[in-house]
Design a protein around this ligand. Structure first.
Ligand SMILES: Cc1cc2nc3c(=O)[nH]c(=O)nc-3n(C[C@H](O)[C@H](O)[C@H](O)COP(=O)(O)O)c2cc1C
Length: 212
């Protein structure tokens, strides 16, 4: 994987654990693959606009090749984000868990890159919509930090983890099914829970750098 798109979703800057963990992975990957090209997309500290009526009208315009200029303008950022995603082969998302899901900036980015005719398509089968992914040959790594503990597979709070499930579902929907999640948990614990979890996450990320 030689072209990496890193999407950063924490509203925090230097204090962000998910960003710090992402840097551990990216540094390890770049050390192994100095020629790898890295692009960064900020969605946590820069505004990605939410979908509005103009966006919906333009995105679902029945003749996508003949959109009026004003509609093309309404989709300009979305086009840019889609092309950016399509132009890379490894997607790295660093994100905190916010209210059992992802921060709104990351959700806004998702809403911009899930585009009919570009990243997915749909046909009718006896009047029932069938969806087809259009993205091929990409992998994703989700690097996440959580205040609580036990949101991972088999954990006590797994059923409340709508962050990983959202990301896996939506990435799979557009065709990115090879998704790995690495989490550090327990930032809000008073003991060493988070230190231990973050150290394990770092170790896993350094190992993963050799696998991508
Ligand atoms: C608005 C907000 C909502 C949060 N919601 C959750 C949550 O639902 N579950 C959880 O475990 N931690 C939650 N947290 C804690 C963060 O996930 C935790 O502090 C994480 O380490 C932050 O990542 P960052 O340092 O990359 O910003 C929340 C934090 C904030 C600011």
């Amino acid at each position: 994987m030689s072209k990496i798109l890193a999407v950063h979703a924490s509203p925090r800057g230097d204090r962000s654990h998910s960003r710090r963990l992402a840097e551990v992975f990216l540094a390890a990957l770049q050390a192994r693959r100095p020629q790898a090209q890295l692009t960064r997309r900020e969605v946590g500290r820069a505004l990605i606009p939410p979908v509005n009526e103009a966006f919906v009208a333009a995105a679902f315009y029945p003749e996508p090749n003949a959109r009026p200029l004003s509609m093309q303008a309404d989709l300009a950022l979305s086009d840019e984000l889609v092309n950016e995603l399509l132009g890379h082969d490894l997607l790295v998302i660093s994100t905190p868990m916010h209210n059992f899901s992802v921060p709104s900036g990351l959700k806004a980015w998702i809403d911009q890159i899930v585009r009919v005719g570009l990243t997915f398509d749909h046909t009718l089968d006896n009047g029932v919509a069938q969806y087809q992914p259009l993205v091929r040959g990409k992998k994703a790594l989700i690097i996440t930090s959580r205040g609580g503990f036990g949101f991972g597979p088999g954990g006590e709070l797994e059923s409340m983890n709508h962050a990983d499930t959202l990301l896996r579902t939506v990435l799979g929907f557009i065709g990115i099914t090879d998704v790995t999640v690495v989490a550090a948990e327990g930032e809000e614990s008073a003991d060493r829970t988070f230190d231990v979890s973050a150290a394990e996450a770092e170790e896993r990320l350094r190992a993963l750098a050799g696998e991508f």
